[in-house]
Write a protein of this length. Structure first.
Length: 164
């Protein structure tokens, strides 16, 4: 199951998992983008993951078709920036913690702070940029291929072309 599967790293994960023959449930707000990915053995649902009334039946339908969910790759979310004290508390309802690194994805579409958005958009075209959405997908695949008794709690990809 992949949420926010339409753009960037989400789409790269779809391609990678489909290439390895995995059945997929793709969830996202933009149905046309999901459907355009087009892998076989896939259910597409235009669902906002914060809408539990729509989310739950979509998961049930996929599990009825393909069996229990093995992996959830959650790419849905926004990057909340700024002072958490003055930020609107309602924004936290949509917070998703993922650490995909500074990969080439849709420019700044998920970032809320204007200063960070400007910096990110400048970085999108920087010549030293070497991390791609496919790199993030491979890191996620790595975590998914661990033995069932091994839980990978965090992966934070970063490119090697910039100082630490």
């Amino acid at each position: 199951m992949l949420t926010g599967a339409g753009p960037g790293s989400g789409a790269a994960c779809v391609r990678l998992f489909a290439q390895h023959g995995r059945p997929l449930l793709l969830l996202g707000r933009r149905f046309e983008r999901l459907k355009a990915l087009g892998p076989p053995r896939t259910l597409y649902k235009a669902v906002d993951v914060t809408d539990r009334a729509a989310f739950t039946p979509a998961v049930r339908e996929a599990e009825d078709a393909y069996g229990p969910t093995d992996v959830l790759v959650n790419h849905a979310g926004v990057m909340l920036t700024g002072d958490p004290v003055t930020r609107d508390p309602a924004e936290r309802d949509r917070m998703t913690v993922i650490a995909p690194g500074d990969a080439a994805t849709e420019p700044g579409s998920h970032i809320t702070g204007p200063e960070v958005k400007e910096s990110r958009q400048a970085a999108e075209t920087a010549p030293e940029r070497v991390l791609t959405a496919d790199d993030d997908a491979e890191a996620i695949r790595y975590a998914c291929r661990r033995p069932r008794n091994v839980r990978v709690r965090e992966i934070v990809p970063a490119d090697t072309g910039r100082p630490v």
